[in-house]
Design a protein around this ligand. Structure first.
Ligand code: SF4
Ligand code: SF4
Length: 698
């Protein structure tokens, strides 16, 4: 009997959602005042029925039943009167008239209210919710109703059916995003809070669906640099709404507060139904090249990043338990620290500690790996050169094994600091302090990394082993390298010449990490007692550098360019490898320097993600290019229309010593067989027309 009751209640919930989806579709195609009144009448009818149901369930009895029926009847009578009046008037709108904002707002508010009232009534009828006390705060009541399964599941169905009914009118690009939104709604962990497997499973599945949305959006942006304004705005707002929902769910797993999540849900539904109600508006207007505009692109990157950050926090809370995760933070929360800091200082410290904790957590890295890894796979598919394809594949392997599997799942945390390279993935500070028991491990770390850089260049680190390679080299983020030239800061850092700005940043990073190491050592020998709330200063510095500043630079791509960690010289681990790379075997070689003299495109000068714009003069003068900042990404090799650039490292040196062929003897023109005679230029002209800021080739 209980099951039969439940089946009837679910039938009612889902049936009402299906009818509401149909009514929304009617609203979308409304072409006359009659259609408008019909939609409002149907919504009003269903709303009064749901309200009557709620009234009766809240206070079962003859009186409540009579009130419910009476009020429902009046709604029907008044509505029918209006309906007949508009039917008789028989007016039509002129072609192309849009639905007015008040009408759209009424439909959205009506549909949401209907579902909410219905969900309360059904939850009370099913015994899932006690009759709300009169004294209960209205916002608590609303939030708990919105987060319940009686609201979420029917609403997911209503959204899904609405998309399906409007599928022919929605641009394909947005259709994919809109189709995934009902799924994300369905996978809300608050629907069945008592079922642990549902909470964990839905967090993972919902996070995956959201990740698919981000991958799709980024890849689509890569493939179509211009987009209509309504679609762009929809995507940006959606990212921020996702961020609010993820933050709300993190809060819910932490202390049971559901308000922020509910607010995010309402915002998402309003955005969603507004798009569904006016599908033709979405592709209206001129396509705008947003990928070239700093602030719009920043808002998109920031929105995606914020959502990813809170998704990472949610994963950490759901999978490790909120208290378990907070206890594992690399910097202790100030609540256990000294009390002399003012309240704003403690709050600031707490925020930094939490942010760095999430950004350095394994679940955040796994989620980012899935997302950025997909973009790398797309990049591999369109990469021509085998060597670059192999390196891109190595990024995926290195990220999975070196950044995630070994340090988080294979090597116990207590053993990790005694493993060179793996336990010290970002060099100084990663594994712990600068203390005598770790000197040997640290020395081996630098010895291994330094030797690899000498032999193969800094690309072994900056474009393979380091997690930055995964973040920057996928299709979408790599395509933003135009900001290296366009942005104010990026422009100052172009070319292989080390600018004053670079020198300052480079010096500051090395001085700071050396000072942190000295403090760490002096603490150990008992001369000083200076820690960051009990955490070693060198370790804390490394955390701030790589779990905070690095990500700030990453989201600031439109203002500093891509790979800012390399172009600014701020990463002391990277510059160590880059210096040895510069001294070692690695370089780029021109198969035929004279081709660069007559090259009409100089594509290589625009291809470098680090902003090395002075390749041609070096090729022309020396036949090769070597630079401290060259990390061997290989985009220049890919971009050259004459396939004129090759990598050269210890392997080629050995081969040449053994009498093998050098890259120079293998010209493989790909897209052009020779420079067009019409566009042939002299070397002087080449130098004049190519933008490079480096020193004159020596
Ligand atoms: S500069 Fe540092 S953070 Fe950037 S890629 Fe190299 S090692 Fe990684
Ligand atoms: S695109 Fe190729 S041929 Fe042209 S300047 Fe660059 S390396 Fe030389």
């Amino acid at each position: 009997m209980v099951y039969l009751n439940l089946a009837v209640l679910w039938f009612l919930a889902l049936g009402m959602a299906a009818v509401a989806a149909y009514v929304i579709r009617r609203a979308t195609i409304a072409s006359s005042p009659f259609d408008v009144v019909l939609v409002l009448f149907l919504l009003g009818m269903m709303g009064s029925m749901a309200g009557g149901f709620l009234l009766y369930e809240s206070s079962p009895g003859v009186v409540s039943l009579e009130v419910a029926l009476f009020s429902g009847m009046w709604v029907m009578v008044i509505g029918l009167g209006y309906l007949l009046a508009t039917l008789v008037a028989d007016r039509k709108w002129e072609e192309g008239r849009r639905l007015s904002l008040p009408f759209r707002a009424s439909v959205i508010v009506g549909a949401l209210t209907l579902e909410l009232v219905m969900s309360f009534a059904l939850a009370i009828a099913a015994g899932d919710l006690p009759v709300p006390a009169r004294s209960a705060p209205i916002y608590t009541l609303l939030a708990s109703g919105l987060a319940s399964k009686w609201f979420l599941l029917p609403m997911a169905l209503e959204m899904g059916l609405s998309v399906w009914l409007a599928r022919r009118d929605i641009p394909t690009f947005l259709l994919v995003v809109l189709s995934l939104q009902p799924l994300i709604m369905l996978l809300s962990p608050t629907a069945f809070p008592a079922l642990t497997y549902w909470v964990v499973g839905s967090v993972l599945a919902g996070g995956s669906a959201m990740t698919i949305v981000f991958v799709f959006v980024m890849e689509s942006f890569y493939r179509r640099p211009s987009l209509s304004r309504p679609i762009f705005e929809y995507l940006v707002v959606l990212c921020f709404i996702f961020a609010a929902m993820m933050a709300g769910l993190s809060l819910w797993t932490y202390n049971g507060m559901v308000g922020l999540f509910a607010l995010g849900l309402v915002a998402e539904m309003a955005l969603f139904f507004n798009a569904i109600l006016l599908p033709d508006r979405l592709s209206a207007g001129e396509a705008v090249p947003y990928r070239e505009q700093a602030w719009p692109m920043f808002s998109l990157i920031f929105g995606v990043f914020l959502a990813e950050f809170f998704m990472g926090a949610l994963f950490d809370f759901a999978l490790d338990g909120p208290t378990g995760f907070l206890a594992s933070l690399p910097l202790p929360l100030v609540s256990v620290g000294p009390s002399f800091l003012p309240a704003t200082g403690t709050l600031f410290y707490d925020v930094i500690a939490f942010a760095t904790g999430v950004l350095g957590s394994v679940w955040f890295l796994i989620m980012m790996g899935a997302e950025m890894g997909a973009l790398i796979v797309f990049k591999i598919r369109e990469t021509r050169h085998r060597e670059t394809r192999v390196r891109l594949s190595l990024i995926l392997g290195a990220y999975s094994i070196y950044a995630i599997l070994l340090p988080s799942f294979v090597i116990p945390p207590t053993v990790l600091p005694s493993v060179p390279l793996v336990g010290w993935s970002m060099g100084f500070g990663t594994g712990g302090g600068f203390i005598p028991p770790l000197f040997l491990v640290l020395a081996f770390t630098y010895l291994i990394a330094g030797t690899l850089s000498l032999l193969f260049g800094a690309r072994q680190m900056c474009s393979t082993l380091c997690t930055a390679a995964m973040m920057y080299q996928g299709t979408f983020y790599d395509s933003l390298k135009g900001f290296n030239r366009r942005s104010h800061v990026g422009n100052k850092l172009l070319g292989s010449r080390l600018s004053r700005l670079y020198g300052v940043i480079f010096s500051l990073s090395w001085v700071s990490i050396m000072a942190a190491g000295a403090i760490s050592y002096l603490n150990y020998v008992g001369v000083l007692h200076l820690t960051v709330y009990g955490t070693d200063v060198a370790y804390a510095t490394e955390v701030i550098y790589f779990n905070l500043i690095w990500y700030l630079l990453f989201i600031s791509i439109p203002f500093v360019g891509v790979y800012a960690c390399v172009s600014t010289g701020y990463c002391y681990w990277g510059t160590f490898n880059q210096i040895l790379g510069r001294l070692g075997f690695f370089r780029l070689k021109a198969r035929d320097p004279s081709t660069c003299v007559t090259c009409p495109t100089h594509d290589c000068t625009r291809a470098c993600p680090v902003g090395l714009t002075d390749l041609p003069p070096n090729f022309i003068a020396k036949g090769e290019f070597r630079a401290l900042k060259c990390i061997g990404v290989g985009d220049c090799v890919e971009s050259c229309p004459y396939d004129n650039i090759t990598f050269w490292d210890v392997r080629h040196w050995v081969r040449e010593k053994l009498g093998g062929s050098s890259p120079k003897s293998r010209p493989v023109p790909l897209r052009m067989t020779s420079p067009s005679p019409k566009t042939s230029v002299t070397r002087a002209q080449t130098v004049e027309t190519t933008r490079w800021d480096g020193p004159a080739p020596r």
